[in-house]
Design a protein around this ligand. Structure first.
Ligand SMILES: C[S@@+](CC[C@H](N)C(=O)[O-])C[C@H]1O[C@@H](n2cnc3c(N)ncnc32)[C@H](O)[C@@H]1O
Length: 374
């Protein structure tokens, strides 16, 4: 059994932990990350189904930080030949606080050389130089503790591959997946996003309902790890639902972008051009999960297309959205994003904050409104 770290958006750790538990891993939640335990083959086979983390790291070692010499010895003593192929190129990320971070460049160099040494033999001929980029090793120094980890994916995990066409203020794909979880939505329920922009929420939901990986062509760093060679993957069990997923927006151009993204992802949410005031529920109950226009990036009133119509202030849109919900969406559960309570309360005085997290440099809250009992 190995120890792993899933890096989470601060505020969304519980969603990441819930997903990992569903995949069968025991978790421990920390601010900004979730520690979990699992066999390398089981975790790496489950990576394509992990929708909410930013990164997933295999912990190589945790030890006392004793300056860059001590760190180099700690690095050299690890089982790098099991973890990295001899031809691997390595990128070192130095994170955390304290001395290890203050002298980042020299620590980075020492760690790269120590890994190259452990992989190639006791001497480093000059021609090896500094290893080039490919496998990402992170060294986190927090006070007296150094943690060295290997990134199982290599890239930030919101980069799914299918979202090439974007509108203004798109939601990161893994945040969309976390929002779906926060809302309590399960893939057997209808889902609607009436401000869907480039379609992130409906596409993530449709992939989830189809029991499919959110990644277009998963190519993860762990595929190169020697310790997985010859091991058959243990695919996590998935379920498929033929739920209807709906996305609408007032802007035809952004909906066309959403259609292209969905086609690349291989899913078919039902998209329609709809001004929020004209929105009708597509079913008698379900989940409405959305990111309405609220930010300064949307001050021109639309999502980036040219067919967005005239500028409407966010307060007015939130008011209208609230009226539509109260009048037509009895039986539904609503979750939407807004930075301030004042704006959220334009939708209803009964909204409650579910989680707050950073998004595009702003702290934003997911607000819940339960109309299902009405
Ligand atoms: C924050 S963006 C949504 C981004 C989306 N979550 C994504 O990931 O691409 C808000 C969207 O609301 C749409 N919008 C603005 N005013 C609207 C209105 N009155 N009725 C319906 N949609 C509107 C904009 O066109 C924009 O695409």
């Amino acid at each position: 059994m190995s120890t792993w770290t899933a890096i989470a958006h601060p505020g969304l750790e519980a969603s990441v932990a819930a997903e990992l538990q569903e995949l069968g891993f025991a978790t421990e939640v920390h601010p900004g990350w979730v520690r979990f335990q699992g066999e390398p083959v089981a975790v790496c086979s489950a990576l394509p189904m992990m929708r909410t983390p930013d990164r997933v790291l295999l912990q190589v070692v945790e030890g006392k930080f004793q300056g860059s010499d001590g760190l180099a010895s700690l690095v050299r003593a690890q089982r790098w030949k099991e973890l990295l192929a001899p031809e691997s190129t390595v990128e070192i990320a130095i994170l955390g606080h304290g001395d290890g971070v203050r002298f980042k460049d020299s620590v980075q160099k020492r760690v790269s050389y120590a890994i190259a040494e452990a992989l190639k033999g006791p001497r480093i001929p000059e021609r090896y130089g500094r290893p080039r980029l490919a496998q990402r090793v992170s060294v986190r120094v927090d006070g007296n503790t150094a943690t060295i980890s290997l990134d199982a994916v290599g890239e930030l995990m919101h980069r799914r591959g299918w979202r090439i066409d974007i509108s203004k203020a798109p939601l990161r794909e893994n945040l969309a997946a976390a929002m779906l979880r926060l809302s309590g939505w399960t893939p057997d329920q209808p889902l609607l996003d009436p401000f869907c922009g480039s379609g992130t929420l409906p596409i993530e939901a449709a992939l989830w309902a189809a029991g499919r990986s959110p990644f277009d062509k998963p190519q993860f760093a762990s595929a190169e790890w020697p310790l997985l060679r010859g091991k058959s993957p243990v695919r996590p069990k998935t379920q498929k639902f033929s739920t209807r997923i709906y996305g609408s927006d007032r802007d035809l151009k952004v909906l066309q972008a959403a259609q292209r993204n969905a086609a690349r992802a291989g899913v078919t949410p039902a998209f329609a051009v709809t001004e929020i005031g004209d929105l009708q529920p597509p079913a008698s109950s379900g989940f409405l999960v959305t990111n309405p226009p609220w930010g300064h990036r949307l001050n021109d009133g639309d999502g980036g297309g040219s067919g967005g119509g005239k500028v409407i202030p966010a307060t007015l849109i939130f008011n209208r959205f609230g009226v539509v919900l109260q009048e037509r969406f009895k039986g539904w559960k609503i979750v939407f994003l807004a930075p301030e309570q004042e704006l959220a309360r334009k939708v209803s005085p009964r909204v409650r904050g579910i989680a707050t997290f950073p998004n595009g440099g702003v702290r934003i809250t997911a607000w819940g409104l339960d109309l299902s009992g009405q």
